[in-house]
Design a binder for this molecule. Structure first.
Ligand code: PMP
Length: 372
């Protein structure tokens, strides 16, 4: 039907460029097209465009391919719970491995959803670092298909994270055994100060094309604690699977609380969608992370200055909001009674609650507790 269509003439403006391109003269000058050029005669890519482009590029291929089923949930806890309910109903394995120790609520959230909770070795009290060998052994011995809860970054309560090389080994083990990774991402941005760097472990698992779940909280990194903003994402292998998974997520949520509140989530969405605000968020988040890192340094220096017995280098080495001090429950009770300092009995202190003014008081208390 289009066979009789005639060739259109050259556009009068674009035709100028065609002629210009054909001209071999070294002094040729194209003043035909009204497109901005730099002093060097080059097209200009505006910085803001680069930024926006970067922002779009940040959308992961899995999202572009519609392989991710996402539901807005009630902050990190609600995202974990919806994920747990979904797995209890639709996943063939009902055992989930959580690190030892882990955030206290993990055990309750998964148990209440009907899953059976086991632990894998994670923290080594002697090095106050990662028991990597124990972790590999325990996950290696887990039954095929078992679920594994992983703290995406800034492990709570220990402040100990695997290195990227260790993450890669964990990933290989999990994939080779067909375990199902479930990431709890409650502190993205707080470990390194960079959202991208802190997302690396999750991205490694998404990049290999396999399935995983991610519970994302915006409570800490956007300071929206009371708004309960979070999301559960289930990364699937194909778009049709993701759309069926999403339909089932709705069925899980409907009888629990029907719909999430809208106010906090629209604030978070506005920040995430607007590249200026997104950049501003990254700067403010980095400032929070940097202040925490500076508290680590100040506390470490204060203990060194007091000659407090023991090796306190873990205060600087640990990552994120918490320091797992190694203080025992007696020492914690002593510090509360004599110094009015409050912390969990496992010796975990939130570095975010410290300030330059209060560091000396805490250092005095720790010194007194360990030299008592
Ligand atoms: N996971 C971890 C590891 C946490 O530390 C927390 C908060 N303490 C949560 C999840 C839950 O966070 P939210 O307040 O967003 O429910």
């Amino acid at each position: 039907v289009f066979a009789a269509i005639a060739q259109a003439p050259e556009d009068p403006i674009l035709g100028v460029t065609v002629a210009y391109n054909k001209d071999p003269s070294p002094i040729k000058l194209n003043l035909g097209v009204g497109a901005y050029r730099t002093e060097e005669g080059k097209p200009l890519v505006l910085n803001v465009v680069r930024k926006a482009e970067q922002f779009l590029v940040n959308d992961h291929a899995a999202i572009e391919e519609n392989r991710v089923a996402t539901a807005q949930c009630l902050s990190g806890t609600g995202s974990l719970r919806v994920g747990a309910e979904f797995l209890a109903k639709h996943y063939h394995q009902h055992t989930i491995y959580i690190p030892l120790p882990s955030w206290g609520n993990h055990l309750k959230v998964f148990t209440m959803a009907g899953l059976s909770v086991k632990t894998y070795r994670y923290y080594d009290p002697t090095t106050r670092g990662l028991n990597f060998q124990g972790l590999l052994e325990d996950l290696g011995a887990a039954p095929a298909g078992a679920m594994v809860l992983l703290h995406a970054c800034a492990h709570n309560p220990t402040g100990v994270d695997p290195t990227l090389e260790q993450w890669e080994q964990i990933r290989q083990l999990i994939r080779s055994k067909g375990l199902l990774p479930f990431f709890d991402s409650a502190y993205q941005g707080f470990a390194s100060g960079s959202l991208d760097a802190d997302a690396q472990p999750v991205r490694m698992f998404v990049a290999d094309g396999g399935e995983c779940l991610v519970a994302q909280s915006y409570a800490k990194n956007m300071g929206l604690y009371g708004e309960r903003v979070g999301a559960l994402s289930i990364v699937c292998k194909a778009a049709d699977v993701a759309s069926r998974v999403e339909s089932q997520l709705k069925l899980v949520i409907r009888p629990m609380y029907s719909n999430p509140p809208i106010h906090g989530a629209s604030i978070a969405a506005t920040i995430l969608k607007n590249s200026d605000m997104y950049d501003e968020w990254k700067i403010e988040l980095k400032a929070m992370a940097d202040r925490i890192i500076s508290m680590r340094k100040q506390l470490f220096d204060a203990l060194s200055a007091r000659g407090t017995p023991g090796d306190w280098s873990h205060i600087i080495k640990q990552i994120g909001m918490f320091t797992f001090t190694g203080l025992n429950s007696d020492q914690v009770a002593f510090m509360t009674k004599e110094y009015h300092i409050y912390m969990t009995s496992d010796g975990r202190i939130s570095m975010a609650g410290l300030s330059s003014k209060t560091v000396p008081h805490l250092a005095d208390a720790i010194h007194a507790a360990v030299t008592r």
